[in-house]
Design a binder for this molecule. Structure first.
Ligand SMILES: NC(=O)c1ccc[n+]([C@@H]2O[C@H](COP(=O)([O-])OP(=O)(O)OC[C@H]3O[C@@H](n4cnc5c(N)ncnc54)[C@H](OP(=O)(O)O)[C@@H]3O)[C@@H](O)[C@H]2O)c1
Length: 280
């Protein structure tokens, strides 16, 4: 990413995580500019990371090669419309991390229908990105070239795994699986902790055993080339304890339950995208 000028619009949690990851990847701080209305946010980013800061979005956007839109989804339309002339003039790659905003809506707000279509990458990171262990789904519109694709991927890889989807509607599945996924695992951990205490463990012991087991299982699965189903079978001895636990999971139709969980989240993602994309 030599000589690339990267501008973040919005300097909140996700922007700070991405900046932290990019600096750890040796991107020089002087190539990064952050626009945020709050003086305290700008001061803190400048102090922590040594990046350039700006109060005005348009001033920050002028001359950028990559513009990362890191404001809340509800803010994106007004932010994008105010940036339209600068974007139409400089034609940077625009990356949006705002959940649920479709590339065509963003393109319209950036003047893409009258001025010319803008290269847009939609990225859906998840909360562990704040600890550089995120999982991000990426979608590129037809205007994004190979160099820009590589750029977008290396920016999001700074906070964890980054994978491309080919069709934009797959971003609803990404949102349902990895976007909302941390909460599902937290919910399962809560249930395991409660069940552990009901069997006589202290709350602290149940908590720590649950968390370490989740971490260990994820690490084993990541480091193995075998499907998770094979790993499961390998730790399930016939007539043993795990087999009895898994029998109950099957009787309660764990597969059907997870299918319903993801379907509900995906339907909601689609509905939110539709309502956020309706021009006010
Ligand atoms: N956090 C996550 O795990 C996560 C995961 C996936 C996607 N995302 C997406 O990432 C985006 C940012 O999330 P976040 O958690 O970083 O939110 P955040 O901490 O609230 O950051 C947004 C920042 O934008 C600033 N801002 C508000 N209005 C602005 C404007 N007109 N121009 C420039 N900056 C403005 C906010 O300032 P004020 O605070 O002063 O309003 C704040 O500093 C969201 O769209 C969210 O959907 C986040």
């Amino acid at each position: 990413m030599k000589q690339i000028k990267l501008t973040f619009i919005g300097g909140g949690n996700m922007a700070a995580s991405l900046i932290g990851g990019l600096l750890a990847d040796k991107l020089p701080a002087k190539q990064i500019t952050v626009a945020d209305p709050a003086t305290s946010t700008r001061d803190s980013l400048a102090r922590h990371f040594g990046v350039n800061t700006e109060a005005d979005n348009v001033t920050a956007a002028v001359g950028a090669d990559v513009l990362v839109l890191a404001v809340k989804p509800q803010m994106l339309q007004s932010v994008a419309e105010a940036l339209a002339s600068a974007v139409q003039k400089d034609r940077p790659l625009v990356i949006t991390i705002a959940a649920g905003i479709r590339s065509a809506d963003l393109n319209r707000w950036l003047g893409g229908e009258t001025g010319g279509k803008i290269a847009v990458v939609r990225a859906m990171p998840n909360t562990p990105a704040l600890l550089q262990t995120g999982a991000t789904g990426l979608f590129a519109n037809a205007q994004v070239n190979e160099t820009q694709r590589d750029l977008a991927e290396s920016i999001l890889r700074a906070v964890g795994l980054a994978l491309w989807v080919e069709k934009e509607d797959q971003m609803d599945a990404v949102t349902a699986l990895s976007g909302s996924g941390p909460a599902y695992f937290f919910r399962i951990m809560e249930a395991m902790e409660t069940a552990g205490t009901q069997l006589g463990l202290s709350a602290e012991t149940a908590h720590l055993l649950t968390l370490q087991t989740a971490l260990g299982a994820a690490k084993m699965a990541l480091e193995s080339s075998e499907p998770v189903g094979v790993l499961r079978e390998r730790v399930t001895s016939p007539g043993g304890t795990t087999e009895q636990g898994l029998r109950v999971m099957a009787e309660q139709d764990i597969d059907g339950l997870m299918a319903q969980v993801l379907k509900a989240a995906s339907d909601r993602s689609r509905a939110l995208a539709k309502s956020l994309g309706e021009t006010k």
